[in-house]
Structure formats: C-alpha cells, structure tokens
Write a protein of this length. Structure first.
Length: 691
C-alpha cells in the first residue's frame, strides 16, 4: 500500500475531546445552518425504523453538501487528515481484520498495521463508540484515525470482501461439495433452501451483489472442464472475478435456477426465466438464461434497468442538434422512428428514455417486446411468445385495435412486421422500433431490401438513429494524454487537428479496476427524413445515394460524433476507433500534409497537392514526365493528351469500291528483310495516335 503520514490523532485523543455530534461539528464548520440541521434530523426521524439513513447520506441526498466537503469539515474541526481511498490499495487481509458485519455497521476501513495498533479510515470520526468496537474486535492497542468519504469507505469494504479478494464463500461450497462426494451432505437440496447461512445461498448472493456494485450489465457463470468460472460484463467488456472448483458448479447453477423458477432437473434444453434481487436496499430485476454445454450448464444473468432508473434523454450523449431532431420526431402525432445498432449498443435505454419523455396521462402507449426488459409504470407492455402464437405480426395487429397513440415494436425482423409498422405509422400512430444495421442510412435501405416499397418507407419514416456505446475515462485517474499517431491515422486525423482539444485517458486505479474507464456514454448518428430526402429515396433507394444526400444536409456520422467526444475528453480516441471501426473505410492520407483524402480525389482539398499516382495505374512502372501513355502496357496517363509522332499526311479520297484494283495474292506475315506492318504485340490494336 502507498505509504502516507496521517495526523497523530488517535482514539484516545478523540475520547479526550468533548463528545460532539456530527451535526454540531458540521454546523460549527459552516457546512450547514442550525435550521437546515433541524430539518434534516426531522426527516431522519420520520424514516422507517431500522432503515433510517445516516446524517451524511441525507445531507448529500438533499444537496446541502457533498461528501468531500463533509469529510474536509470534519477533519479540520477534529484535527485529522483526509485520505483519498481511490489513490491507495490497502491490503485486503488488513481490511478483513475487522469482521464484515462490524465494518459495514461502523463504516471503518483498516488501512495498515502500526507498532501499537491500526491506521483506520472512517466516515464519521465523531462516533467514538464505533471506534471502540473496532479496537475490541481487532485487538488493537490504539487506532490512528483518518477521515474518508462514506462512498469511498463503502467501495473499499465491498472490494475487500468481493469474490476476487475473498474466497471464503466459494471455499465453503467446495468443501461441502467434497463432503457430497463422500455421501455426508446433499448440496443440491442446500441450494433450494432460503436460509441465508447456507454456503450456496451466501455465494450466489455475493455474486449478485458484487455484480450490482461493479455496475455489471451481465453475469456469466460458466462450467469449464476443471472449474467454475464467473465473469462480469462491465462497460461492455468481460472481466473474470472468480474461479472455483467444479464441485461448486452444480449447486450454484441450481440455486440460480431456483431463484428464477426454472426446472433444476432439466439440464438438456435451454431455459429462460426472471428473478428479482435486493442489494443495499434496492431491488433489481434479472433475466436468466441457461444453456447446456459440453462440460455442464452455463447461466447468463442480465441485470435490467429499473423503471425508476431510466435516464433522461439529455444524459444519454446526444449532441444538441441531434437531440433537437430526435425530439421533433417524437413530437409528431404519426410517423416511424427507427433506432439501429448492434446488440448491446443501448437501443433499449434510448427507447425507454424516449417513452418516459412523451409519457402523459393523455396518451395510450403500448409496447410489444421480446422480452420485456424494463418495466415502466404507466404504459401497457406485451410479451411476445411464439409458442402460443403471440408473434410480432399477430401482436401488432391486436395492438393496433387497442386505440394506441404510441406503439413500440421491440424489433423489426421480417418484411411483414416492417410493412405493418410502416402502415401503422401512416394511420395516426407514432411507431418506435429497432433494426440491426450499421448506420442510420443503412436502416432506410434495409427496409427496401426487405421488400417494402420505397414510397412507403419515404412517406412514413420520420427519423433514423444509429448509436454505439463508448467508455468514459475514469474520473479518479483520468489525465491529459497524446493519442498515438496510428490511432489518429485510423480515424483520419492529423495531430494538427487536435488544436484546442482536451483528450483525457485513465491510467488505472482501484476505482476503475485498473482499466482506466468507468461508465459509458452513447454516440449517435441522427438522420432526419425531410421532403428532399424522401424524393431521393423514391428516385434512387441505393445506400450511396441516400448517404450522399444525408451528408449534404449536415448529418453527423457515428465516427465524427465519437471523435468530437474524444476531443472533449468524454471518451478516448482508442474507443472512438474501436466502436466505429466497421463504419468507414480506411482513410487515405495526402502525400504532402497527411490529412484525410477521399477516394477519387485528384488533389488534396487542404493543401492542393496532386493525388495522381506517380507510376502507371495498370502495371505500376515508373513513367517519365513527358510521356502520355505507359510504353509497357499502353495505358494512357490521366490528364495528358496523346500526340501523334508525325503530322497527318494529306491522303486523297479513296476511289469507289468497284474501281479498286484486285488485292494481291496472300503474302506471308513476314519476309526476310521486310518489316511487318501488322498490329503490334501479337495482334493487339495499337493505341490511338500511334504511327
């Protein structure tokens, strides 16, 4: 751990101070007024018994003060030092000297050992009784006390008892599995009990709680040949968090299936279910999927966004102009809005953020999804079930008879669903749906490729939105950096283009797990279908034509949107290249200024340098500056006029055909000492202008 020198305030010196409450200390420090303290305490007392929030949490939640201000005020008043726990990695064994239940109750993190006791970080140093409990449980002679924010204390405690640091729960399940092999335990039945003291239940609960605290979107529980592996998908990337003996695989997977109301006896076919878990007092919905594999079953748990946690449109990542276009498309009474992108690109979040914005008691909103991922109050949600005949086509026909104002179709998968959605948008409904394409322009042409008439697409489509998710630099370790030249070249940029930019990149810290990234934001490509674009779509529905028309209207592409965020420090240039790698062809650089030049340009638009090849375009051999064509393959040089070797001769007009003398007898192609006048190079015709 990084060495630091905290203040010399110990528990004994704190006890010698006059006993003071946290609120009084903060009032003396000027963080809040006595009236504000009275209001906050009244709200604290009105909370349900056993779930009353701490004073510091209430102050932060009410916006009176932030955590750093509270920590600094406490340290100044009590003569202590503030420590930043995101900048240090305490030994997990030292942190676990204090039992987990005591550490979470007292909000104390042991940082390191001293000759006489421990150095600890606390969120509330005025709680002397809690510090007495810490000394009692650790057997320390004295405590050196420092102050940290409450969120940092919680994160350090969660990290110390996480799956990657503490294998006690997994070891208990493995030991029970070994006993099962000896016939002295029935671990499968242990998975079905609800006793929180059961080893299997504790391990599964820890997997779920760690995933929620790590902001994971998916949990992968995989049975390998010799082990059970657990991975979390955080910010779109998988990271391994635990491995255990294969003995633990059966009980853990059975427990997860029981929580999801799945059949634990059926291991030969895939199963799907749902569950709800409670972590830190908050409920999270889960979608559970099982899959039989070579070495056993694999379980993937998708942690779904809660209906009350759907983000606002302003926080998703739209640029101002893009958001205006999207909101205009949502405000019309009828039309079709397409959201496109690959799996995991955030389309569901965008759709539900849009629904949350237009949701009013005056509107009837019906969704048709497979499956329903987010349960949003105030709307009617329908689950697609192909086994019972509730397909997208059948469901959409029924939904249109329910007098809807807005219809959300989870995905357009075939031409029939596409045509139904388009016709619904023409009959007084606003239809939102998704499509799997690489760009907004490709979404238009994909509908045409699916068999929908271009005039129907043009008359019903209001807007098409393509999106990707890029990772944000970690706020705890981000610092300015210079992007590599190869990355800039891949994006079609030159170092000169970074003038005025503020690129940032994380260096890796405990807060971000050493990745340098924390959280994600979306980059968008928003195409507004106006009258001119409709004419282009009807006349020439090819992707190239529509793309050219969209570019002329100033549409910001996905890559350009990602680059803008990278220049502003909201993501990195490496992320911009990674998520948009398949959207654009590799750029060509000018041979002089190295700026991007599009294919077909004969001169650089930046510096005017000619982009014509220096050699022959056919055989690539070098050519002299005065040559008009390649002498090796007879290909003319672009921009150079062929000149005949001699001025043309005055030739008398040929006589009438019948006045022509009879042709002589056939002559051999070559005669000794006679030069042949046949076509050069074995009968190939000579280029024009040759004499």
């Amino acid at each position: 751990m990084t060495q630091h020198r905290p203040a010399t305030a110990t528990l004994s010196s704190l006890q010698s101070l006059q006993r003071r409450r946290l609120g009084d200390v903060l009032v003396d420090a000027g963080v809040l007024t006595p009236a504000q303290l009275s209001d906050v305490l009244a709200g604290q007392q009105s909370g349900p018994p056993g779930r009353r929030r701490r004073l510091g949490e209430l102050l932060v939640h009410s916006g009176i003060a932030d955590e750093r201000t509270i920590a600094r005020a406490l340290a100044d008043q009590l003569g202590l030092t503030v420590v930043d726990l995101t900048r240090m990695v305490p030994d997990p064994e030292v942190v676990r000297l204090l039992p987990q239940a005591v550490a979470e109750r007292t909000r104390v993190v042991p940082l390191e050992r001293t000759r006489t006791g421990l150095v600890v970080a606390v969120a509330d140093p005025t709680n002397v009784l809690a510090l007495d409990d810490v000394r009692l449980h650790t057997g320390s002679g004295d405590l050196v006390v420092t102050v940290a924010t409450e969120s940092q204390v919680r994160e350090q405690l969660a990290r110390a008892w996480s799956l990657g640091q503490d294998r006690s729960s997994a070891a208990e399940v493995e030991d029970a599995g070994a006993a099962l092999d000896l016939g002295s335990a029935n671990l499968e039945s242990d998975a079905s009990v609800t006793d929180e003291d059961s080893p299997v239940v504790r391990l599964v609960n820890r997997i779920l709680s760690d995933a929620v605290r790590a902001r994971a979107s998916d949990i992968h529980v995989e049975t390998q040949r010799d082990e059970l592996r657990v991975r979390f998908r955080v910010d779109g990337m998988l990271r391994e968090v635990m491995s255990a003996s294969k003995r633990a695989a059966g009980p853990v997977i059975s427990r997860m299936k029981i929580m999801s109301n799945l059949d634990i006896a059926e291991r030969r076919v895939p199963q799907d279910g749902r569950s709800r878990v409670i972590v830190d007092g908050s409920a999270f919905d889960c979608r559970v999927s099982t899959l039989p594999t070579l070495h056993g079953e694999k379980v993937v748990i998708r942690l779904l966004t809660r209906g009350d946690a759907v983000p606002d449109l302003d926080s998703l990542g739209f640029e101002a102009e893009q958001l205006d276009v999207f909101r205009r498309a949502l405000s019309v009474p009828q039309g079709l809005v397409l959201i496109t992108g690959p799996t995991g690109s955030g389309k569901t979040n965008t759709l539900y953020s849009a629904l949350s914005e237009v949701l009013t008691p005056e509107k009837n909103i019906v969704t048709l999804e497979d499956p329903v991922e987010v349960q949003l109050p105030g709307i009617t949600q329908v689950q697609v079930n192909t086994k019972t005949g509730m397909t997208f086509q059948a469901g959409l026909r029924s939904v249109l008879r329910q007098d809807p104002d807005i219809v959300l179709v989870g995905e357009v998968r075939d031409s029939e669903t596409a045509e139904l959605a388009l016709k619904a948008s023409l009959t007084g409904h606003l239809v939102l749906t998704t499509l799997h394409t690489n760009s907004a322009v490709a979404a238009l042409t994909r509908l045409v490729d699916m068999g929908v008439e271009p005039f129907l697409v043009a008359s019903s489509l209001t807007a098409a939105v393509a999106q990707r998710l890029v990772r944000r630099p970690c706020g705890g370790c981000a610092a300015p950096y210079d992007p590599p030249a190869a990355v800039l070249a891949g994006l079609g940029l030159h170092p000169h283009d970074l003038e005025g930019a503020t690129p940032r990149q994380g260096t890796g810290c405990p807060e971000c797990g050493g990745t340098g990234y924390s959280g994600r934001t979306a980059v968008y490509e928003v195409l507004e279908v106006d009258a001119e674009l409709r004419r282009v779509l009807i006349a020439d529905p090819r992707e190239a034509a529509v793309s050219e028309a969209a570019a002329q209207r100033g549409m910001v592409s996905l890559r350009e949107s990602a680059v803008r965020k990278a220049m502003a420090g909201q993501t990195t240039f490496e992320e911009a290249l990674r998520v948009t790698a398949s959207d654009d062809a590799a750029p060509v650089a000018c041979r002089s200024c190295e700026r991007p030049v599009e294919e077909g340009m004969v001169a650089c638009p930046w510096c005017g340098t000619s982009q014509q090849p220096e050699g022959c375009t056919s055989c690539h051999r070098p050519l002299r500056g005065e040559w008009s064509c390649c002498p090796w393959c007879a290909v003319p040089v672009a921009g150079r006029e062929l000149r005949p070797a001699h001025p043309p001769l005055d030739v008398a007009p040929s006589p009438h055909p019948e006045d022509q003398p009879a042709p002589p007898a056939a002559v051999p192609a070559t005669l000794p000492g006679v030069l042949s006048f046949g076509p050069p190079d074995g009968g190939r015709a000579a280029p024009a202008g040759w004499s």
